[in-house]
Design a binder for this molecule. Structure first.
Ligand code: NAG
Ligand code: NAG
Length: 370
């Protein structure tokens, strides 16, 4: 009797337990399922966001992780890293000008990087504009950041130089329009200056170049199509690969030290940066870190001197449209009439000497060593 009762109890318990196990297991499987898919999307390389049609053109898969500078596995002569966030109309203006670039038979790639907002949303109109755009000069990839990375992440981690000295990489924001001759100038500038040890990179900028100490514009002597300035120009910037690598390593290390500040004493940009710090918006000014780094290393940026050399305004290699967004409010400018539209080999004539300009505008003329 006793024995059979225990057996009955045990059997019914087992039955209940069985049912419970099945239910729990089912729920558990679903949970695993959900977390698994979640994990998968989180870890999915950026390439998964690349438009399907474009993926077929990619010979190599590129895996890019936020916070880690992205290395491209393919090789081209000219790569444009175009950074955008949520302004589709602005992006389209920048993109359309890229179809007019004179490449002289050289190869090119276009990497469009779209940041997410602080809630990790991607702007659908910007994504659509990027995906739909047809580029005739090379292959185009659309990268969507896996999480919000801001201006720092967009600038600093979207290209890791792999030591290929022949690749020119242009870091470009979506409020800049390029001249058809931007690449031709960059290539010529690099041919002339890349062997110098005191160069941080090249810029297409020729508008709004101001002294970092004191007032007034910065320009070189009218006899020379180039000049060197102590401050980088961010309106279309090509970093020297070795400098960019060192800067990336240094930045990621320094960034961990909360008490470190990238102040350069006495310059206007430090004042701006400190003002941003008071408002808590210093994460809009990555350039302060680069200015600090290149100042310590005594480096100069190569600029074009075309407006001064030719005494005219409409010879810009890039124009800044001041579109509403993170930096400006209101209507953007249509200043595309200021872009250089005819090429002259005097634009890149071999220099016998070069002007080196300091933060305060002081010019030293240096003979160019042959
Ligand atoms: C962090 O930065 C501060 C200010 O520059 C410096 O004094 C300190 O030594 C740094 N700490 C480390 C661990 O590097
Ligand atoms: C900007 O101005 C040029 C003429 O300088 C014109 O051809 C172009 O359509 C204008 N673009 C926009 C977006 O208004």
């Amino acid at each position: 009797m006793r024995l059979s009762k225990t057996v009955t109890i045990k059997l019914s318990t087992l039955l209940y337990a069985g049912i419970i196990i099945v239910i729990v297991a089912d729920v558990f499987i679903h949970l695993v399922d959900i977390t698994d898919t979640k994990k998968k999307t989180d870890k999915t390389p950026i390439m998964s966001t690349v438009h399907r049609r474009d993926r077929r053109h990619d010979k190599a898969t590129i895996v890019c992780i936020p916070g880690v500078p992205c290395e491209y596995t393919d090789s081209v002569d000219f790569r444009i890293v175009l950074m955008t966030f949520r302004r589709a109309t602005a992006l389209l203006k920048t993109l359309q000008a890229l179809n007019e670039l004179e490449m002289g038979g050289d190869t090119a790639a276009l990497e469009i990087w779209i940041d997410r907002d602080k809630n990790n949303h991607v702007d659908p109109a910007t994504l659509k504009a990027a995906k739909d755009f047809k580029w005739s000069l090379g292959h185009k990839r659309v990268h969507v950041q896996q999480r919000h990375v801001g201006i720092y992440g967009q600038w600093i981690d979207t290209w890791r130089p792999k030591g290929d000295p022949n690749e020119l990489v242009l870091l470009l924001e979506d409020d800049i329009t390029l001249s058809p001759y931007a690449y031709k100038w960059l290539k010529a500038a690099r041919n002339q200056f890349s062997s110098r040890k005191d160069i941080l990179g090249y810029t297409l900028q020729s508008q709004l170049i101001n002294r970092a100490i004191g007032k007034g514009p910065v320009f070189g002597p009218s006899t020379n199509p180039f000049f060197l300035y102590r401050l980088m120009g961010s309106h279309g910037f090509v970093p020297k690969p070795s400098v960019w690598r060192q800067f990336q390593d240094w930045f990621h290390e320094k960034r961990r030290n909360r008490s470190f500040k990238p102040y350069v004493p006495g310059i206007l940009m430090t004042k701006w940066y400190r003002k941003f710090e008071k408002k808590g918006t210093q994460d809009s000014m990555w350039t302060m870190w680069f200015i600090y780094f290149t100042n310590k290393a005594n480096l100069y940026c190569v600029y074009n001197n075309l407006p001064t050399q030719f005494h005219r305004d409409d010879v810009c290699l890039a124009v800044h449209r001041r579109e509403a967004g993170l930096h400006f409010q209101g209507q953007g400018l249509n200043n595309s009439h200021l872009l250089l539209r005819t090429w002259n080999k005097a634009h890149v004539a071999l220099a016998k000497n070069i002007a080196k300009i300091e933060f305060d505008g002081k010019i030293t003329i240096e003979d160019v060593k042959k």
